[in-house]
Design a protein around this ligand. Structure first.
Ligand code: NAD
Ligand code: ZN
Ligand code: ZN
Length: 340
């Protein structure tokens, strides 16, 4: 089987021929149909973050495909069933986080495409309990971006505790942001979308944003303040200044939800303003299996649109460059179906 492999940080990925992996107890082997390119995969391939994967590894945590082999003890999935393999590849199931509905904070978790091989391949292994069934009727090319971009922004909106009528700023309308705009609308918010490319701003409007802010031309914080300030801002742009701008656009009591992970990112949080204004700065990491089930249900019900372009896996290096250069409308999905 073919896989796109990171052999060294910062080097182009190499398409390799590898043996088919055999599922161990509790695992399944998935024949992939689609695999999304998340900006996280670029951070992984470059070794951007304090905790790094160990090359060689196969990135990808938006893999969707059909179960084609069952390991010992797997009884709840069937051969041929479509599943998604998210970032949360496994969690311990016993710690306080796992037991309190926060399995995404489990300290023993293993992350797909980071701590174990991921979905940039024709086949992959998944822990059966964390392979999420994809409802019938969802196109695998849509299911892929929902598996990270969808669940992450859906969860961020929950963390932001948005109520109907509130002003929500979505900073960065890329793979994650184009879905964040839609979840914020579903939550009943008035949405201000911020980006630095015309295509993304047009897309945000098309997806229902009430206000678009071009951060090249205007200070997003000032524009948000002119509208009374944001009750919540979801930081999805891979850019520290964008975090600070979103923070400065909060109204009193507002919440900045940090999601993007720029390399070595920090922002100054002014103590006086934060105290006097009662603002919160909160981190949000992907979502649980239940969150992903809800994301798929919303999509199956026709409530969300996934904007994506499909490409062959062989385009992986050019595709990463295109994401970095802002040349992608929202999400690239590698189409891994045979003959494609
Ligand atoms: P992306 O490249 O598709 O989207 C980023 C968007 O930000 C682009 O539309 C870009 O034009 C825009 N942007 C760039 N500079 C900006 C600025 N100054 N102001 C406003 N917008 C700006 O990336 P993505 O796949 O959506 O991922 C975004 C980030 O989220 C990455 O750092 C990724 O690692 C991270 N991420 C975090 C989680 C989590 O659980 N916390 C999950 C998935 C991804
Ligand atoms: Zn991701
Ligand atoms: Zn745990």
């Amino acid at each position: 089987m073919k896989a796109a492999v990171v052999r060294a940080f910062g080097e182009p990925l190499v398409i390799e021929e590898r043996p088919e992996p055999e599922p161990g107890p509790g695992q399944v082997r998935v024949r992939l149909e689609a695999s999304g390119l998340c900006h996280t995969d670029i951070h992984a391939a470059r070794g951007d973050w304090p905790v790094r994967p160990s090359p060689p590894f196969v990135p990808g945590h938006e893999g969707v495909g059909l179960v084609e082999a069952l390991g010992d003890g797997v009884t709840h999935l069937t051969l041929g069933q479509r599943v998604a393999v998210p970032w949360l590849g496994r969690a311990c199931g016993r710690c306080e986080h796992c037991l309190s509905g926060w399995e995404t904070l489990c300290e023993e978790q293993i992350n797909t495409g980071y701590g174990c091989d991921g979905g940039y391949a024709e086949k992959m292994l998944a822990q059966a309990d964390f392979a999420q069934p994809v409802p019938d009727g969802i196109d695998p090319l849509d299911a892929a971006p929902l598996t990270c971009a969808g669940v992450t922004t859906y969860k961020a909106l929950k963390v932001a505790a948005v109520r109907p009528g509130q002003l929500v700023a979505v900073s960065g309308v890329g793979g994650l942001g184009h879905l964040a705009v839609q979840y914020a609308k579903i939550a009943g918010a008035t949405v201000a979308a911020i980006d630095v490319t015309d295509d993304k701003l047009d897309l945000a409007e098309e997806l229902g944003a009430d206000l678009v802010i071009d951060a090249r031309k205007e200070d997003p914080g000032e524009v948000l303040k002119r509208h009374g300030g944001a009750h919540a801002a979801i930081a999805l742009a891979v850019n520290e200044e964008a975090f600070s701008a979103a923070y400065s656009g909060l109204r009193r009591g507002g919440r900045l939800v940090m999601v993007a992970l720029p390399a070595h990112g920090t922002i100054p949080v002014p103590i006086f303003d934060t105290v006097l204004n009662g603002t919160s700065v909160i981190g949000s990491i992907v979502g649980t299996r239940q969150d992903l089930a809800e994301v798929f249900d919303l999509h199956a019900a026709g409530r969300t649109r996934v904007i994506r372009e499909s490409r062959p896996l062989a385009s992986v290096n050019d595709s990463m460059e295109d994401v970095l250069a802002g040349r992608v409308t929202a999400r690239i999905v590698f189409d891994l179906r045979q003959g494609s």
